[in-house]
Design a protein around this ligand. Sequence first.
Ligand code: PMP
Ligand code: GLN
Length: 390
Amino acid sequence: MRSFNASFAGLGTTIFSVMSALAVEHDAINLGQGFPDEDGPPDIRDAAARATVDGPNQYPPMMGLPALRQALAAHERRFYGLDYDWATETLVTSGATEALTAGLLALLEPGDEVVLFEPLYDSYLPIVRQAGAVPRLVRLQPPDWTIPETALRDAFGPRTKLVVLNTPMNPTGKVFSADELAMIAGLARAHDAYVLCDEVYEHLVFPGRRHVPMACLPGMRERVVRVGSAGKTFSLTGWKVGYLTGPAAMIGVIAKVHQFLTFTTPPGLQAGVAHGLAKDDAFFAGLGAALAAKCARLSAGLDSLGFSCLPVDGAYFVSADISGVGPDLDDTDFCRWLTVEAGVAAVPVSAFYDGGAGVPRHLIRFCFCKKDAVLDAAVDRLRRKLRPAA
Ligand code: PMP
Ligand code: GLN
């Protein structure tokens, strides 16, 4: 048999599918893969249902329904003061995953270098490599996930074409600070690099923290493409409606990839998301507070069992240090053990690394966007396994 594409043939199945399948097999509470256990607002689902029943259900415009693109442009103005022309500077995709893949394939050429931060979302590297580009990984340092400044500066060079920045960040829950954003922006400008900003958790920021898109920094609008996901903002992860905003030239070339990846996204879902993006400020403001309470609830439970939970600024996830909890296993084996023996699934943080020396093996990621009763039941199961006498 002739060989297949080397970038993909050697890849494993994503850790999220692996752990979800194991959770189902062992009837475990699934705090692994990141998805809420309550569907998002009924009015958004109604709007999508109505649009689907009423139709049309034929191909919508390749760039996305005008109503959604206009709602997106209004959203960018309302929340960030960013002015984008809906007709040339917005694009709708089938999930942020497609937006990121299209963005990477459209911007990169063989030999280009891409600066990325580890730990990182697992879709980035295979696509960077498929594009023939060279990743330059900068490892954030736990427990605060600080940027090693010298390593960051060293990662940039004459071939740097792109920076990929995920804030609020999966799996760490970190929101990059104003100083960190300014430092990254300065380096991107100095090297004439683009920035692909994965901001799918933009509205899931805890009270007291603030998400500032990189596109808002001086001189950055012209070199930044911003990626969002209705799945995250509206707790509708199965819909896979994503979007991009950026300068017309960048959106234009990304659309060239999109037209051959998916071409379009289901029109009824797009109509629902257009309705969602127009929801009032109170809706968006409430998201972070609700998640912060869930994070605090789960973290307190885990800490009481000897885990040590790391600080979180937003998104769906808390990382927990397993060093103080038996048995003595690395994060991957510990997650399997936890799923099979304790009936609670989590995800090893090492899965978010490219490998090599120095990858942390003592951290596991729990997803807390679940009903309080589910979080409590998970902690109870863990207590019974880890502290049977208590
Ligand atoms: N980026 C990050 C950081 C994510 O956590 C996710 C969640 N799956 C995605 C992108 C993909 O989002 P979507 O489900 O809209 O494709
Ligand atoms: N973003 C989700 C997570 O990090 C999962 C997405 C997926 O399963 N592809 O858990």
